[in-house]
Design a protein around this ligand. Sequence first.
Ligand code: NAG
Ligand code: NAG
Length: 774
Amino acid sequence: MVVKDRGGVLGLFVLVILLGFVKNGEALAHAHTLLINCGTNENVTLDGAQWVGDSAPNKNITISTSHTIEAAISSIDGNPAYESLYRTARIFSEPLNYTIHGAPGNYFLRLHFYPFKILNFDPDQSYFGVETCCFTLASSLNVPYAISQKNAHASGRNSSFIALVKEYYIPVQTNSTVITFLPDKGSFGFINAIEIVQVFDKLFVDSVKQVGGNGADVGLDLQNRGIETMYRLNIGGTMIKRDQDSSFRRKWEEDWSYMINPDAGTQLRNTSRITYASPNDTSLAPLVVYETAKTMTNITLVVMRFFNMSWRLPVDPSFDYLIRLHFCELVYDKSSQRIFRIYVNNKTAAENVDIFTKAGGRDKAYHEDYVDAMTSNSNNLWVQLGPEAASIDQGSDAALNGLEIFKLSRDGNLGYVPNLGDESNGKSNVRFWLGIVFGIVAIAGIGWLIICVCKKKRTKDVKGKKSCGRSGKRFTLADLKAATNNFDDSLVIGVGGFGKVYKGELNDGILAAIKRSNPQSQQGLLEFETEIELLSKLRHRHLVSMIGFCDEQNEMILIYEYMSNGTLRSHLFGGDLPSLSWKQRLEICIGAARGLYYLHTGSEGGIIHRDVKTTNILLDGRFVAKMSDFGLSKSGPSLEHTHVSTAVKGSFGYLDPEYFMKQRLTAKSDVYSFGVVMFEVVCARAVINSSLPLEQINLAEWAMVCQKKGILETIIDPSLRGNYSPKSLKSFAEIAEKCLADEGVARPTMGELLCHLEYALQLQDSWLNPNDAG
Ligand SMILES: *[C@@H]1O[C@H](CO)[C@@H](O)[C@H](O)[C@H]1NC(C)=O
Ligand SMILES: *[C@@H]1O[C@H](CO)[C@@H](O)[C@H](O)[C@H]1NC(C)=O
């Protein structure tokens, strides 16, 4: 609901200079690198390198400037690292040629696009191609104002205002190369910056292993092929900026957003003494790429190590792709400690991979290349690493340090147009140029006026929206400070990734649980507001109800009814509270199940809790069970395992393996977790207890083993002994077992579960009062 002020796009000092000359000039300081700042005669210095204005005299570049304009704005939206570079662009409505003078050889060519709105220039309407003598680099390229994450190949950013940087690796056979920018018919295009880096080293070899080819090599004919970089990921590490990769100014992104299940990989880091396995490899990737890796998360406790680490990377169909994996063994000092398989597009690329052996030791940086063709209907390239054997042996682990995906040209073409036959590509050419001409005259005078009006209007909109459609009670920050003794730590009754929960007394004397998100919380204000909206609609006897909220001064505070008996878990083990009777446990399970049943099927429908566990089942003064922590933002981190990223929300030990493996979230994932809760209720022990022998660590696994052998009674809470109906327990255990079925479809629904629980309660009641039977 909060509209971000975009910092005055329209106003600004606009410098638009129509021009038309060709220029030549002096030599560049960096012999092998040419950095061009488009649409200006000014040089800028960034990353310690100089970007020369394309209209300043320069003997390395010649440009054709008819039908182009130089456009500059004083500040731009977003906050790109290269702000001073991206403030200018060259806009063209006819073919624009950049002739680069230099020696034949292999070059990295990078094109930077950072769209800004100026006059009538709407980048959303621009479509253009890019060509060199021998290759089509891009076709009908459209770089909309707010670039989507997918287009930008950028990860970990919000989706707007990312520079699109397209990188190519091309062979050049002559002393000068012409790069032509070609607007689509009736449209126009723009370019902000160009980088040309000559590469003397051999970055690619012609003969590469074919995926699914049993180790056989294929020739790639790279002398005649252009290459486009699609992805360059520093696996398990942070972004490596261009100035940190001194050889070729390559940017390495984080990988997590491409992982199907980020929880599957654990970060590994080791900065000691890494060297290149081969002296020929020193420019393939900077050593810092090899310092971090991802290995398979040690979740043997949950599902054994029978899964893959998988990355899914959107690519264009119908091209050949070169897949380069960078490896370095960072942990083991001998071979056979880590043996795995590499799959590309669900086919085996390599088996029995042992990095230590292949690289010739520990801390040796090396890489493997594979090639695979994407079919015409697949636009995701999959890279997966998994163990050779489904065991928990030491050898069954995989690791990856870096990943690059390159697209290879087909018949000289690297361009791809997703929607052929879409006729609606930018057509407003005449209007655009007319607009420019009038705009130039008018803008200087009215620029500031426009900006003022826009700003005012926006402020109004924001206010209007904020005050409506709210149902929970809004508290002031002052109220809550008073209620919690200024958020006194002695009143904290719970802590998690989201922040802290305080016990507080509201001014009407009512006790409340006050949950305050910490400022670093990943949750945004917008999500918070959505959440309040939802929570205030969810009312049920077995759900902890929200009393109100506070969003003053960017605070995100929720106020819930206070549950005086705390969590179910605290009554099961690990404390000195009196133990619960079997009947009480059944009633609590029934209450919690009713709450979940309401979430799954109630009027707001289809809400999956995602984090069912005994610390989220709270008990009021009369031991009535209520579910808490429901409906919470999907993106918020969950409690207790903040060390693991949370694309899969849920707590280890309770986590549905099907959800974990397939990312398929259904109400049956809650049912699985509820099954674990049921065994916890019977056995009164932690769901993960790593001090126990291996087979007993994970309660869900261990209880299932005992249940299947019919010896569950040997592991139940000793305080229950003699105080329960064996029939009731048996029926309870049978249904818990069904909840833990591997496949969601085989598990009962919450409604079915509820019936069975009520039946188990009946059995217990008639055991307690045999005379009532009748
Ligand atoms: C590979 O398998 C995944 C998951 O089963 C599937 O979604 C994907 O489409 C497959 N990819 C290819 C290229 O066949
Ligand atoms: C890993 O991925 C490959 C290729 O998609 C698949 O055939 C294999 O079954 C997966 N392994 C596991 C353990 O899921």
